[in-house]
Design a protein around this ligand. Sequence first.
Ligand code: NAD
Ligand code: UDP
Ligand code: UDP
Length: 325
Amino acid sequence: MTPELELPKRIMITGGAGFLGSHLCDRLIQQGHEILCVDNFFTGSKRNIEHLMDHPRFELMRHDVTFPLYVEVDEIYNLACPASPVHYQFDPVQTTKTSVHGAINMLGLAKRTRAKIFQASTSEVYGDPEEHPQKESYWGKVNPIGIRSCYDEGKRCAETLFFDYHRQHQVEIKVARIFNTYGPRMHPNDGRVVSNFIVQALQGQSITLYGDGEQTRSFCYCDDLIEGFIRLMNTPSQVTGPLNLGNPHEFTIRQLAELVIELTGSQSDLIFKPLPQDDPKQRRPDITLAQTHLDWTPSVQLREGLEKTIRYFDQLLRDLKTVQG
Ligand code: NAD
Ligand code: UDP
Ligand code: UDP
């Protein structure tokens, strides 16, 4: 069935006011569905969804997923969780609670309503990987007691809960392991590398490379990722994941810095800062499974995606300047 012919569904998106969640709200509204956006606004922002507030098929609920929630829905996308190290390390206990208690509550809801449920898992389940590129069959190398553990182990435990609710209670699950994603509506102060570099370049500040800048990441543009989410949700019930979603094109952090400087025309210099603890040295998804099951492959190249993201941050910084007078 093509998405255009689908009957409208009532879809809940937890973390719907965040970076990825707000893009997902947009796409599902465009497809004719009714959206219940659930968010506690820890890192999300009303600005991300303000254009949807008056839409007749959009509803916003301020709620923390670590507490039970009783609503009637057909599908759940569970995205609630701070994603950047700066934010998830701000209150690490709450981060683990959000992943674990949040998963239990949303899975309990899915079990009661027989809703299909999607989990926004992460490449961080692979930790600092010894296998490269990372396939879904790799079990990962994660420090259980480090400063990233609240996020990594929280997400790993959430995957365990998803698969146990599936085996024990026949809940229909879709687990995506998301690799670094960027685009408009990223939080300007969340410390992630793409937003940091763009904001620094636009403001003529030094670009902060952690370590020697030779560590690698693979950056996926948000529109490509959201397409992957929706395709995964619409797969037959036997497709549970986990499935890697990301762009397999790998760059060093230094290459990213140089590209941002070129595209912004900035005079910023590069400065070096200490590498944070447990920072993975390399990361690139093997997306063979997603290509096979979803017929999906990212189409936006880094240069094109960065140009769009730079335009967004340029406007945002101008708006903030106007507000601050
Ligand atoms: P984000 O911080 O912009 O969005 C997270 C949203 O969840 C925010 O709106 C926040 O307010 C909300 N939230 C946090 N705790 C909550 C709670 N207890 N109850 C209700 N809402 C809560 O981050 P994002 O980049 O949009 O990430 C969305 C999801 O995708 C997260 O689960 C993240 O772990 C996952 N993910 C993102 C990336 C990436 O590169 N962006 C990579 C891997 C995984
Ligand atoms: N839950 C919820 N909404 C629902 C159903 C359940 O928030 O519609 C929560 C409920 O608080 C429970 C958790 O999900 O603690 C797990 O539900 P489950 O039915 O698996 O567990 P039980 O209620 O048997 O402890
Ligand atoms: N990084 C950097 N400078 C910054 C922010 C991040 O060099 O200002 C590095 C960071 O150490 C990591 C990579 O960029 O190696 C990606 O960091 P990010 O926080 O975006 O994502 P994650 O580490 O979760 O993949």
